[in-house]
Write a protein that binds this ligand. Sequence first.
Ligand code: TRP
Length: 447
Amino acid sequence: MAPREQFSSKAGFVMAAAGSAIGLGNIWGFPTQTASNGGAAFVLVYFILSFCLAYPALMAELIIGRHGRANIITALRGISSGPITRKFGTVVGVCGVLTASFILSFYAIIAGWMMAYLLESVAAMLSWSEVSGWLTGFSLARNVMFLLLFMALTMAIIARGVTGGIEKWSTRLMPLLLVLMLMLIGYVLLQEGAMEGLKVYLLPDISQVKPALILDAMGQAFFSLSLGVGAMLIYGSYLSEKESLPVLGAVVTLVDAGVAFVAGLLILPAIYVAKLHGADVFSDAGQLIAGPNLIFQVLPALFDSMGQVGVVVAFAFFLLMSIASLTSSISMLEVPVSLMAEETRVNRLQATLIIGVMITLVSVLILLNFDLLFGLIVELTTVYSQPLLGIGLCIFVGWIWNRNNLLMEIQRGHAKIEQSLFWKIWPSYVKFFCPALIVAAFLQSVI
Ligand code: TRP
């Protein structure tokens, strides 16, 4: 058997992990959640939760992954302490793999829309109005076609493996993503109306703070850091022993939260510029439009009203969204593919094909029953499954894994870690505080 692949450098890992983390969750989810949850109040809670809850959970995944050098199921079984915890490991692992696959099944649909709108901006440049109409209409044919296109790209990268696929493409696409985003922000902030959006974003509106705020912020933080399903775990498993996990994990968390914050500087001002251009940006209930209508109606209307420049801005915007989706979707597909390639006699290419086709079929099923299934799967996977799996992983690290082995894994690649705050706090923190906080957030939303 060929030796297990590894990221070729620290930077390669950071690009891949940040590529996984930075996605539609940052550029669309975070800004719109902020808008509908009272602006800066949500930003504040989100940042606190990112560092105090999501970062420790990310560390749990990275540490388990690098220690086990395997997919989530094998890695969890490897650190279990007896037959019962082994079973528990299997259950958590299987749920993680399923959740990752279902997240990909809806994510690929949305990403397909982004690519359709990307092509639409090209059609608009060429004044092909019939093509434009088809690309932006919600037809089954269009949805399926772009789903297939997006899944094919995701599979093409994953089939090429860790360094030749995940690392290479993340390293190419992430810098482009940042440049596109900064350019768009520069442009939008110069437009009339942008400052009103900035105010809504950065000034807290306490009257909008709802009891579900903490749960929303927690779900958002877990989604944004790709937690609970073994995506970060498998990326950690490709990391060299020479690297310091606490440091790299902190870098990824910072970059992820930073890009979410910066994306808010783009989306909220853009909404208010669109408002000035006559777009309807509030729902009947007086809420800021946040769902798909925002991305696929409000913003396109804004781009239209900008004339010739608008076409270029639209192109840049949907290219940004497509890239962000692709570097995230590969990390979702890697979860089941790595499992199959490691645990069966099927090779990576075959595993990618088999699983890719299966997930695509699920996506088509969702498209055929869109009203019934889409929202349901989004909610089940992101609101419930991810945080619950997060509790499972914290329990593994805090309660099941042999303490000495855990500490030894943290020491690898970080010489003087015994003197750090991380060493003193983190082990007991994931043991008690993280699971308790996740449960509390759940209970609070139920009550
Ligand atoms: N974090 C990505 C985003 O913000 C989405 C993502 C990638 C993800 N991999 C994941 C979400 C695994 C959950 C699980 O869009």
